[in-house]
Ligand binder design. Structure first.
Ligand SMILES: Nc1nc2c(ncn2[C@@H]2O[C@H](COP(=O)(O)OP(=O)(O)O)[C@@H](O)[C@H]2O)c(=O)[nH]1
Ligand SMILES: [Mg+2]
Length: 211
């Protein structure tokens, strides 16, 4: 598969800017990654999706800004080592999905979180954890509190949803991650600006001292 590293801000007609956000979906097998992606893109739940890995795009207007959301629906299994560096470099934000009826898939999310956070500050990689298949309450193996606690501890967003039942919850997941990515970018920009000021000030005062 070819993954292009495109520019994140495109200037469109009338000087309007289109922002690009790359979202990577990770999680165990059959937790509903493709179901969530298809629900977000088409508003529909089809039922069976097969094992296809692909990148999809959808353009939304979020807070008045044209936003192109690229979604990499991965085939990553329970093994966290199946996540590639290419996927991690591509992603601006990650959705980690588990199935509330499958404890193993919850443990896989824990492992995958460690892997994607390795060597980075938590705030630099926005992550939203999603407990899917909320409609299957009678088979639940992971409580909502456990999911919430993991998200709180790891400073991630958290949602429990049902890709099978509703579109709205799925929409909120993707939009919250886009918001987190935009906040992270704004923070990076202001840190870079402050560093630039500090460099200029040190250069001026360093010169003065040398004179
Ligand atoms: N009951 C229920 N089934 C779901 C839900 N989401 C996905 N599934 C089913 O779970 C299976 C795996 O879904 P899929 O999206 O292919 O999982 P993936 O391997 O993570 O991409 C399919 O049979 C889906 O119909 C959900 O919210 N509720
Ligand atoms: Mg899939």
């Amino acid at each position: 598969m070819v993954v292009e590293d495109r520019s994140r801000v495109e200037v469109m007609e009338g000087n309007q800017q289109r922002v690009e956000v790359n979202i990577l979906l990770l999680g165990g097998r059959s937790v509903g990654k493709t179901a969530l992606t298809v629900r977000f893109l088409t508003r529909r739940f089809i039922g069976e999706y097969g094992d296809i890995e692909s990148i999809y795009s959808r353009v939304d207007r979020i807070d008045g800004q044209e936003t192109c959301i690229n979604i990499w629906d991965s085939l990553a299994g329970l093994n966290s080592s199946s996540i590639s560096d290419k996927q991690l470099q591509w992603a601006d934000g990650t959705i980690l999905v588990y199935d509330i009826c499958d404890r193993g898939s919850f443990e896989a999310v824990r492992q995958q979180l460690q892997l994607i956070r390795r060597g980075r500050k938590p705030s630099s990689v926005p992550v939203v954890i999603v407990g899917n298949k909320r409609d299957l309450q009678q088979h639940r193996r992971v409580s909502g509190e456990e999911g919430q606690l993991l998200a709180l501890t790891e400073r991630c967003g958290f949602f429990e949803v049902s890709a099978a039942e509703t579109y709205h919850g799925v929409l909120l997941v993707f939009h919250q991650l886009v918001d987190l990515v935009r906040e992270t970018r704004a923070l990076r920009k202001s840190v870079a600006r402050v560093k630039g000021i500090v460099r200029t000030v040190s250069a001026v005062f360093g010169k003065k001292r040398a004179e």
